[in-house]
Design a protein around this ligand. Sequence first.
Ligand code: ADP
Ligand code: MG
Length: 227
Amino acid sequence: LENAVIKAEKLAILGQMAAGMVHEIRNPLTIISGFMQLLQNHLKGTSKEKYISLSLAELNRVNNLLTEFLQLSKPGYSKRIPCCISKIINDVVMLMESEIFRRNLEINLDITNDLPAISGDSDQLKQVFLNILKNALEALPNGGKIFLHTSQSKHEDYVKVVIKDTGVGMDEQTIASIFDPFFTTKEKGTGLGMFIIKKVIDNHGGHLDIQSKPGNDTTVTVLLPTS
Ligand code: ADP
Ligand code: MG
């Protein structure tokens, strides 16, 4: 037990240091990005404009990395508060709605409100479903459908969330590496999304399953124990 306490304290300190570091890096980044935007206006229509947009895109990538790193550096244990999974999913869908609409994607929701509460950290769970939905959107560069379905699993003591997309799909090798930190097949990816998802779901005593084939549907199934 003593070892576990020391480990938890070490993790907490590490988490605080990482969070401090992220803020220290983010402040100058914000300033740089502000000046870049000024320059961008100045260089509009010239041959040098592209260097600014490339730099801004890279700044954005570093920012995303920092956000995800911050998520990672949080202590391994999570709050245990009764959460309503339907509310979490609805919140996440609302966050993504404008992009779904803008890209003319079809989303099919089947979210029941009478699910039992699950015991957990709603911020972390929101992050999980946001990341899964983001991946689904990114897998649909040429349009397609997303299905989101919640239910109570047959075993009664789990809530089940299924997120399916009709996107690019994955080969076996990709699925095998999907939980590795920094594994990405995207030019602008961080490769931290699935790593974080797995960590949070494990912390909640849940299960995660991914089914996919290249050029075929991808189905992500999340099982979370009810309190
Ligand atoms: P990132 O999205 O930054 O690449 P993730 O950890 O979220 O990192 O995902 C890792 C990789 O898993 C992605 O680069 C992609 O190859 C694959 N992947 C995840 N979700 C899907 C999906 N819905 N459809 C196809 N490939 C996916
Ligand atoms: Mg991702």
